[in-house]
Design a protein around this ligand. Structure first.
Ligand code: 13P
Length: 392
């Protein structure tokens, strides 16, 4: 086991002050290790990272995730009979990002690279549309999932090569936070190898993002797939988050400048019984309180294939009593489903589709404040969106 102590002063923006032993599990002995001293990350972006994270985790607001890769955006468009062309993707993203009043409920928007550099048909940059509404632009930086050799049909997430320079470019273009989504599958194990790889990749990405001024969203999605009960999800989630925080600390990531994007702790999608929002909230908060330090400013859940209404009800249940962190949403499917159905690709439906987005954003804003009631929700909002082996 490599053991060493390290002193690095004023060497770069990611300087360390103090001494640290590394590559050493807590409790293991190391001949050379000096007593553990807490590491202070004094990067040039520290204050800005804290400010960005706080602004995203502000009361009554959450994240609109529209960072689908071109292939996944194509699936959204084909569900309403549109071709997957750049013009159609731009029209759809324009509809979403120019929704009047969106900034009241949405604090950040995660974009795909194409959208970060795109403008409206009138030539206004999408990042400027967001900034005008006090919405922080974010960027998906991972390069997707590929099979993990030596595992049980599991995957790993690519994208670390060149990430520092890409992140610096994204910052220049106006992005202030980043997202990296990796997945863990319960029916496939998860194997120790897959969990370790997911956690290590997230931690390396988080450190690189912070060095380049981007608040990293840390997202190890535990897929809904499977027949397992909620207790099994709890067990796996605890294990995954323990490893994620272990490696975040090893990479000297500043916890005040990150955001988390966990899956809610639910039974597997094919389990025989559904769980109530109260049960889901209880298990999810139990897991988070056991694993997430209060220095983390915000927990922004993914929707993972739940129906729009389920995702909102579950979030609402989690905000019935105070939490150590801002507990909110970063939904893609659970914010976009009704919008797409209303729009159907017709210019005359844009206004109604924007109203549908605003209605969902408002419902989730109320849920963030613990004040949502499902009264008046339509049938579409109740339809689940789970699809087996879903990819982004
Ligand atoms: P869903 O809310 O569709 O699960 O989105 C997850 C995600 O990572 C999008 O950024």
């Amino acid at each position: 086991m490599a053991c060493s102590s390290l002193v690095k002063l004023n060497a770069s923006s990611s300087q360390w002050i103090g001494q640290q032993s590394f590559n050493q599990r807590p409790g293991s002995s190391c001949r050379f290790a000096s007593p553990r001293v807490s590491v202070v990350r004094a990067g040039s972006y520290s204050d800005e990272l804290v400010k960005t994270a706080k602004s995203i985790a502000s009361p009554g607001r959450g994240i609109l995730a529209i960072d689908e890769s071109n292939a996944t955006c194509g699936k959204r468009l084909s569900s309403i009979g549109l071709d997957n062309t750049e013009v159609n993707r731009q029209a759809y993203r324009q509809l979403l990002l120019t929704t009047p009043g969106l900034g009241e409920y949405i604090s950040g928007a995660i974009l795909f690279e194409e959208t970060l550099y795109q403008s409206t048909t009138d030539g206004k940059k999408f990042v400027d549309c967001l900034r005008e509404q006090n919405i922080v632009p974010g960027i998906k930086v991972d390069k997707g999932l590929v099979p993990l050799p030596g595992s049980n049909n599991e995957s790993w997430c690519q994208g670390l090569d060149g990430l520092a320079s890409r992140s610096a470019e994204y910052y220049k273009q106006g992005a202030r936070f980043a997202k990296w989504r990796t997945v863990v599958s319960i029916p496939c194990g998860p194997s120790a190898l897959a969990v370790k790889e997911a956690a290590w990749g997230l931690a390396r990405y988080a450190g690189i993002s912070q060095d380049n001024g981007l608040v990293p969203i840390v997202e190890p999605e535990i897929l809904l797939d499977g027949e397992h009960p909620i207790e099994r999800t709890l067990e796996v989630a605890e294990r995954v988050w323990a490893e994620v925080f272990y490696y975040l600390a090893e990479n000297n990531v500043m916890f005040e400048g990150i955001l988390l994007k966990p899956s809610m702790v639910t039974p597997g999608a094919e389990h025989k019984e559904k769980a109530s929002p109260e049960t889901i909230a209880k298990h999810t908060l139990t897991m988070l309180k056991r694993r997430v330090p209060p220095s983390v400013p915000g927990i922004m859940f993914l929707s993972g294939g739940q129906s729009e209404m389920e995702a909102t009800l579950n979030l609402n249940a989690m905000n019935q009593s105070p939490n150590p962190w801002h507990v909110s949403f970063s939904y893609a499917r659970a914010l976009q489903n009704s919008v797409l159905k209303t729009w159907q690709g017709h210019p005359e439906n844009v206004e109604a589709a924007q109203k549908a987005l605003l209605a969902r954003a408002k419902a989730n804003s109320l849920a963030q404040l613990g004040k949502y009631t499902a009264e008046g929700e339509n049938e579409d909002a109740k339809k689940g969106m789970f699809s087996k082996g879903y990819t982004y």
